[in-house]
Design a protein around this ligand. Structure first.
Ligand SMILES: Cc1cc2nc3c(=O)[nH]c(=O)nc-3n(C[C@H](O)[C@H](O)[C@H](O)COP(=O)(O)OP(=O)(O)OC[C@H]3O[C@@H](n4cnc5c(N)ncnc54)[C@H](O)[C@@H]3O)c2cc1C
Length: 492
């Protein structure tokens, strides 16, 4: 396993292929520091005796102790631990810990490459290639991001129907030594601070869309790609230090006729498995949300409760009702994820066939519960801000700038009139409100809410997964029996 220092040292040696705001930038650019600090916590936690059991696992390939963010789930307990690790780590930063995309994509590709390799038309030894990549990923304790989301162009047209065929990443040429891919993946979190990028398809695919059924890994500083990076950082502070420096990044990744050698290709042309790769990354990722969303709720609940305490209204009935709503969403999301772990099997749902064995035996969370938890908690994020707004009142919207709080001309006046609770020192109240503003009213806050709402798939995608996989007929049977209707005709 690596340390924080080793992770950062490697970043510093990487090739330059990042662009931001008109310039080519270095990986250790100061605007990346918040994100690098957050990612580094996942290395610290694996070495810390207090969290080592939760944040490490035994590799099923080598038997070595590895960071749990690089582990393939071998049983339901591994999924419970992934969920709890995610909540634990997100609690350290109050937001996303940013390393789950890699573990979720790795678990999806582990199953998909195994099944695709069985195809008589397989272009290469997909699973063998995968296991070689995975062993290095685990041994070197690498960070991977996952590039699934295509730009998608005209939304109501399928990949092969687009006016511009490059709107979904696809293979433009197969050569003896590898493939050439073209297209662009968007909103790819932490690609600018990761070691590797795992690329998977974005959607279910049909005949004629073989070129879009492609999965592979590339180094994130690969010369065949360019990244345009968006930073999400909070305003710098001079006096009122934060408890943690937080940040994250997202990239547009351009594959401008990018060469990928066969040994890094895990799927190439098998449309059924391409669709399953898309579905499985989304499923594992939605399960991760059952750890991070409850953690974000923990933060929001703490924020609402402290705002109420500072405002002296914590015992009022409306505040209790609002806080109870936050608790219910967070803990229901957690419970759904817990159940998805407990019911996990090495199986996937296939339309018309139900649940069938899939992959080499690694565990896949129950889809209904993973989707229910993600959808319920994802859709609630804007309402959670409304609750915080309700409890806080208008002050966060017009809060003084930091230098007005320290300027001798205005400091004493502001400290006198900002004080809402004589039992809490005014410096503490100021730090609290500045943090409240970072979380809910800053530029970065808006992006975070969009990520929490759409990440892992927009709510409509979860609703489609739930309703297409749910056993609706058995529910109608219950009503038929109670209403005295005729039973459903048995299938011949
Ligand atoms: C902060 C952030 C971080 C992210 N991180 C990652 C990441 O690390 N990796 C990754 O792969 N992705 C990532 N995503 C992408 C995320 O998964 C997508 O935002 C999500 O899947 C929605 O896709 P979209 O943004 O293209 O929305 P759009 O597809 O543009 O959706 C816009 C609207 O159109 C509707 N719509 C779209 N297509 C159809 C259709 N065919 N029929 C009817 N309605 C339709 C949608 O339901 C929605 O209402 C991230 C997103 C954000 C905001």
């Amino acid at each position: 396993m690596r340390t924080r220092a080793q992770y950062i040292e490697r970043l510093g040696k990487m090739n330059r292929n990042l662009y931001s705001n008109g310039q080519m930038i270095d990986r250790l650019d100061e605007r990346q520091e918040g994100a690098i600090n957050v990612m580094s916590l996942t290395f610290d936690a694996a070495w810390d005796p207090a969290s080592m059991d939760l944040c490490t696992a035994k590799s099923h390939l080598t038997g070595k102790t590895i960071n749990r963010f690089n582990h393939i789930h071998q049983n339901a307990q591994d999924l419970h631990k992934k969920q709890d690790m995610t909540r634990f780590m997100c609690n350290k930063v109050g937001q996303c810990i940013q390393r789950c995309m890699g573990i979720d994509a790795a678990n999806a590709i582990n199953a998909v490459s195994y099944e695709a390799q069985k195809s008589p038309k397989a272009k290469t030894t997909y699973h063998k290639n995968w296991l070689k990549w995975l062993e290095r990923f685990q041994n070197e304790d690498l960070v991977a991001s996952c590039a699934q989301t295509d730009v998608k162009g005209e939304r109501l047209k399928r990949p092969a129907e687009q006016t511009d065929p490059d709107m979904y990443v696809h293979v433009v040429e197969e050569r003896s030594d590898g493939i050439i891919v073209r297209g662009c993946k968007v909103h790819i979190s932490e690609a600018s601070i990761s070691d590797e990028i795992l690329v998977v398809p974005n959607r279910a695919l049909q005949k004629g869309e073989e070129a879009y059924a492609v999965a592979f890994a590339i180094p994130s500083d690969y010369e065949g790609i360019k990244q345009v990076v968006h930073f999400h950082n909070y305003r710098k502070r001079d006096t009122y230090d934060r408890g943690i420096e937080y940040g994250y990044t997202d990239s547009y990744i351009f594959f401008d006729d990018c060469f990928v050698p066969w040994e890094r290709v895990f799927l190439c042309g098998e449309i059924q498995h391409g669709g399953l790769a898309a579905l499985l990354f989304a499923l594992f990722h939605r399960h991760s949300y059952s750890g991070c969303k409850p953690a974000m709720l923990d933060y929001v609940i703490g924020m609402g409760a402290l705002a109420a305490e500072i405002n002296g209204i914590e015992k009022t009935p409306h505040v209790r009702e609002l806080l109870s709503k936050l608790i219910m969403t967070g803990e229901l999301g957690y419970a759904a994820g817990y159940t998805a772990s407990a019911l996990a099997k090495p199986e996937v749902y296939m339309p018309g066939l139900g649940h069938v064995p899939y992959g080499p035996g690694s565990y896949i969370p129950n889809s209904i519960y993973a989707n229910v938890g993600r959808c319920l908690s994802g859709e609630a994020v804007f309402h959670e801000q409304e609750i915080l707004c309700n409890i806080a009142g208008g002050m966060p919207a017009t809060f003084p700038y930091e230098n007005d709080l320290t300027n001798p001309e205005t400091k004493h006046l502001l400290e006198k009139y900002l004080n809402r609770n004589p039992k809490i020192p005014i410096e503490e109240q100021i730090k609290f409100w500045m943090n409240f503003i970072d979380f809910g009213l800053s530029g970065s806050a808006g992006s975070t809410l969009y990520g929490a709402y759409h990440g892992g798939g927009s709510p409509i995608m979860e609703q489609i997964a739930i309703t297409s996989q749910y056993d609706m007929e058995s529910k109608k049977d219950i009503v038929r029996a109670i209403a005295g209707m005729k039973p459903r005709a048995k299938k011949k």
